[in-house]
Design a protein around this ligand. Structure first.
Ligand code: HEC
Ligand code: HEC
Ligand code: HEC
Ligand code: HEC
Ligand code: HEC
Ligand code: HEC
Length: 498
């Protein structure tokens, strides 16, 4: 028999198998790490295999070696009955034991170095946009796609969702582990409900990059709408929204970011915070003022036991990066940019109608959109269909792009699933509180007047000739509704399909 170089205990089938698997996986990891260093842009699954899967196998295999030895030892003891002490004796004067000791200590040292590099890479990788956005690409498609077309496309997912610090890292990986399970066993909700319950407070994420305390002056918001008539009449709106301290020096009303420089608390009666019947303002001295609606279900007693939410950035900017456009807004933007020609008769209405139905999958949607638009012109405007086929084709392909970027049938995710809280036309937004129905005990109302938040500089079909820096009263675009827009909320008639 060949001379054994290590203590006999290790020469058992279990330890040997563990050793062989360890060496093979360790070698594979080394090769994969080299490949990763050389090629920077490898598929998403590569990172999972290199930094998560193989290292887990390696650790298990390494554990199997001493376990095998322990089992072997138990067998020895049972056979010899006596003479073998309960714990192993290490005798460095024995050449075989010395060799074993040497192999194990250098092995451990090497392993520690590689584990350090490996864990750093694993940390890096699990924090990457690839990991968050692409590993479960079908599930994350709505969030990842919308993110790529947003002002935050260069901000990593984790900068908003995890932030810095070890405890949030661990928290997010634990919930991530559950999410992997949910995806593997098809147990995830579709669409993913919003808001996610464990999103980190804005103080520690958004405010790393934005300081509303230092915002100054107004932001200009310009919009171009196209009405649903044969000429797709264009209607412009140009307004200022004060986001910070006044620049003119005169005493003015507070800016929109007043809510985060002061303390505003609220309770919602639904999970997506779309209905807010109870609002409380706490001033610097701790004095409070509570505003409620007539159908407020919360009593002063029940409020004490509920988790009152303090308003932060995400209570208005809930879609700063996952921007899901409604058909109406998407088509208005595409027409304003010229991607859809506004001179095609009835194109606004036709385009919106093509986007609204719930299609079963993306392929079906893209085909149906093309069919709908093309047959509209073939049937109703045959001459337009033949003379302007390029414009029609461009409109179709632009609508298909809009669909791919904003509609995710597999996840049942589109604008209907994800309300936006900035504004008030398509979703309740600011009017969740500023609807004129939130009153305090002494009759004070959260302001609802149209000049509370914005100053309209110009509007209508010929906007540039009528700019007025003192602001003009809102005129609702001609829609045959007279003054009835004043009676309720905009959302009584608008739902993103205009
Ligand atoms: C600029 C900050 C920011 C970035 C960057 C960001 N998110 Fe989000 N994410 C949010 C906010 C805010 C919400 C919604 C919370 C709410 O509705 O209150 C959200 C919601 C989500 C949701 C819940 C479902 C939904 O659509 O509301 C998922 C899933 C998600 N994000 C994944 C991602 C992924 C994956 C990335 C990177 C590709 C990413 N996020 C990047 C801010 C961000
Ligand atoms: C890592 C830095 C970073 C973080 C974190 C971050 N943002 Fe931003 N944000 C940016 C950058 C960069 C821009 C783009 C500025 C530009 O285009 O002028 C931006 C733009 C914006 C805008 C203006 C968008 C527009 O239409 O012009 C808003 C609103 C905004 N962020 C809100 C948020 C909110 C809310 C959060 C937290 C959920 C957040 N940001 C987190 C860096 C960040
Ligand atoms: C009460 C609602 C509300 C809250 C809360 C709020 N914002 Fe805003 N924010 C607005 C509105 C309205 C605008 C104007 C732009 C618009 O209408 O799209 C704006 C504009 C911005 C802009 C663009 C500024 C620019 O120069 O154009 C940034 C960045 C921003 N907010 C960040 C934040 C951050 C960060 C927080 C949290 C600390 C926050 N906001 C809290 C309503 C809010
Ligand atoms: C959770 C409830 C809530 C939401 C949502 C909300 N606000 Fe407010 N807002 C308040 C309260 C409360 C006040 C203070 C009322 C008071 O004391 O006069 C206020 C005051 C303001 C003021 C100062 C008004 C003044 O003249 O004193 C502005 C501007 C404003 N909000 C804009 C907005 C905008 C824009 C949005 C949507 C993007 C919004 N708010 C969403 C609760 C809310
Ligand atoms: C509490 C603040 C607030 C009040 C009150 C308010 N608005 Fe607005 N309004 C906003 C904000 C914020 C936006 C969104 C700007 C943006 O899209 O960036 C907006 C957008 C609009 C738009 C453009 C619609 C869109 O989303 O394209 C119109 C039109 C408008 N407001 C009219 C009115 C009228 C009319 C009133 C009075 C009944 C009113 N607003 C009251 C805050 C307010
Ligand atoms: C009684 C129903 C009703 C109410 C309430 C109403 N609208 Fe409208 N609105 C319409 C109709 C109908 C159209 C016309 C659609 C078309 O021809 O494109 C329209 C068109 C518009 C348009 C231009 C079309 C577009 O692409 O968006 C804007 C902007 C608009 N409304 C803003 C508002 C705002 C802001 C409010 C709340 C202050 C409001 N509306 C309340 C019925 C209403």
């Amino acid at each position: 028999m060949k001379k054994r170089r290590l203590p006999d205990l290790f020469y058992n089938p279990i330890s040997m198998a563990g050793a062989i698997v360890s060496v093979v996986t360790f070698g594979t990891i080394l090769i994969l790490m080299v490949i990763d260093l050389i090629w920077n842009t490898l598929p998403a699954y590569f990172g999972i295999v290199t930094y998560v899967l193989f290292p887990s196998v390696l650790v298990l295999a390494l554990l199997v070696i001493p376990i095998g030895a322990l089992i072997e030892r138990k067998r020895y003891r049972e056979a010899a009955e006596q003479g073998i002490s309960p714990l192993p004796k290490i005798d460095l004067n024995d050449q075989r034991q010395r060799r074993a000791f040497f192999i194990f200590s250098t092995g451990t040292l090497l392993l520690m170095v590689f584990t350090a590099i490996g864990s750093y890479r694993a940390f890096d990788f699990t924090e990457s946009v690839t990991f968050c956005g692409q590993i479960c690409h079908k599930v994350m498609a709505p969030e990842y796609t919308t993110y790529q077309h947003s002002p935050h496309a260069r901000v990593a997912c984790v900068q908003c969702h995890v932030g810095s610090g070890a405890s949030w890292y661990v928290k997010s990986k634990l919930s991530g582990a559950y999410q992997v399970y949910a995806v593997l066993f098809n147990k995830f909700p579709r669409p993913i409900p919003t808001p996610i319950s464990n999103l980190r407070p804005a103080r520690e994420t958004c405010e790393q990059c934005h300081w509303p305390q230092s915002f100054v002056g107004e932001r200009r918001v310009t919009k171009a709408y196209y009405l649903e008539d044969s000429a797709n009449t264009r209607w412009d709106l140009d307004m200022l929204i004060r986001i910070g301290k006044s620049t003119s020096g005169e005493a003015q009303r507070p800016p929109v970011h007043w809510h985060v420089t002061h303390t505003v608390e609220f309770l919602a009666s639904d999970s997506a915070s779309q209905t807010i019947p109870w609002v409380r303002v706490v001033d610097a001295n701790g004095k409070t003022e509570t505003f409620t609606t007539d159908d407020n279900p919360f009593t002063p007693d029940s409020v004490k036991h509920l988790k009152v939410k303090t308003m932060d950035c995400m209570d208005c900017h809930n879609r700063p990066t996952h921007i899901v456009k409604s058909p109406g807004a998407a088509v208005n933007d595409a027409m304003a940019s010229g991607a859809i020609s506004p001179t095609l008769p009835w194109i606004k209405q036709t385009a919106v109608n093509a986007l609204v139905p719930r299609y079963i999958n993306t392929k079906d949607a893209l085909d149906s959109i093309a069919l709908y638009v093309e047959s509209f012109y073939k049937d109703k405007y045959p001459t337009v269909a033949s003379t302007r086929s390029t414009d029609i084709n461009n409109a179709v392909s632009e609508l298909q792009t809009i669909y791919k970027n904003n509609f995710f049938p597999y996840m049942r995710a589109d604008w209907r699933a994800y309300p936006t809280d900035i504004g008030h036309q398509e979703f309740p937004g600011c009017f969740r509180c500023h609807d004129g129905n939130h009153k305090s005990a002494d009759g004070k109302v959260i302001p609802h007047g149209c000049t509370t938040c914005h100053l309209i500089l110009s509007q209508g079909t010929k906007p540039d000739s009528t700019v007025n820096l003192n602001g003009v009263a809102f005129v609702h675009p001609p829609a045959g509704i007279g003054d009835s827009w004043k009676d309720g909320s905009c959302t009584d008639c608008h739902d993103g399909t205009q």
